[in-house]
Design a protein around this ligand. Structure first.
Ligand code: AMP
Ligand code: ZN
Ligand code: FE
Ligand code: FE
Length: 291
């Protein structure tokens, strides 16, 4: 494991623009303070976090990539029922089709939140949209983690995760589905915006033993996928090596990151995951030199 932090990068970070607890300028300061070699901000369905970071000014000497994480429909060729997320790097923040689609996804989120609230109220929880909105902050978009946080703060659940396990997770009583783009469309949008589409945290797809079969990777590559997030907080070494092997055999780029959410996922540390993550800076350099 590399001990020099400047040799490590973190290419999967959430900010207050989605469901992280730190603002983009705060993330820049924290990452710079940790001496990370480079970061990317990858908020759910929004590029406002990347915008705010650039507006704040990237600290000299630290690399930065624009980013996004799009929640997509789950392609039928994946067995199981976990979530399919596509990361996009080096995207043109002004791309029109991407901005329009992200707007649509954000308004789908806005429509969904009152429905989640109504379900929780029906279950007997005393909650208001105002409280949930306050948890998201003035610039953020509301997501399920904000519901979970308020439920925890008000003592309705014993832990943040229990709010998901008992109420908010897929199939639980307060779960409400939302509009998503298809996986191939997300990949295409990112490519059209000049970016590099990457399959996020493959272990969370929930396939048997977290494995991706060769035919799944072939299908994704045919859709235009260019990379796999092999380094990830919740990947065991065996998972990481499995994804590295697939990436090598199918000529895909490799990325990695912590999926930092700040206080909403306090066990996951910026740049370090559970403490031992180091995403090699060479992966960042390969993304930069990809054309
Ligand atoms: P949303 O964007 O509102 O669908 O919420 C997605 C976020 O909720 C993810 O980024 C995770 O941080 C969090 N999340 C989803 N499922 C779970 C779960 N089962 N336990 C804890 N957090 C979860
Ligand atoms: Zn999140
Ligand atoms: Fe994700
Ligand atoms: Fe994420």
């Amino acid at each position: 494991m590399d001990s020099d932090p400047s040799a490590c990068v973190d290419l999967h970070i959430h900010t207050t623009a989605s469901d992280g607890s730190f603002t983009p300028p705060e993330i820049l300061r924290l990452a710079h303070g940790l001496n990370l070699g480079a970061i990317a901000i990858t908020d759910h369905d929004t590029i406002d976090g990347s915008r705010q970071a650039i507006a704040a000014g990237i600290p000299a000497g630290m690399g930065f990539l624009t980013g996004v994480e799009i929640s997509t429909e789950r392609p039928r060729f994946f067995p199981g029922k976990g979530s399919c997320h596509i990361l996009g790097y080096r995207i043109d923040l002004e791309n029109r089709a991407l901005n329009e689609t992200l707007q649509k996804l954000q308004s789908a989120r806005k429509d969904r939140n009152p429905l989640i609230l109504k379900r929780l109220q029906k279950l007997g929880f005393d909650l208001t949209m105002e409280e949930i909105g306050r948890a998201a902050g003035p610039k953020g978009q509301v997501g399920r983690p904000h519901f979970a946080q308020v439920m925890l703060d008000k003592g309705f659940v014993a832990t943040f995760n229990a709010a998901f396990d008992d109420y908010l997770a897929t199939g639980k009583p307060a779960y409400v589905d939302k509009y998503r783009v298809s996986c191939p469309r997300a990949i295409e949008l990112i490519r059209e915006a000049g970016g590099i589409p990457v399959l996020a945290h493959p272990v969370l797809l929930g396939t048997p033993e977290g494995r991706l079969e060769d035919d799944m990777v072939r299908e994704l590559r045919e859709m235009g996928l260019l990379g796999i997030e092999a380094y990830y907080t919740e990947h065991s070494d065996a998972h990481r090596d499995h994804y590295l092997d697939l990436a090598e055999r199918y000529g895909l780029l490799v990325t990695g990151g912590s999926d930092f959410h700040g206080e909403f996922k306090p066990r996951t540390k910026l740049g370090r995951g559970r403490g031992d993550l180091c995403v090699p800076i060479a992966l960042y350099e390969a993304l930069c030199s990809h054309d």
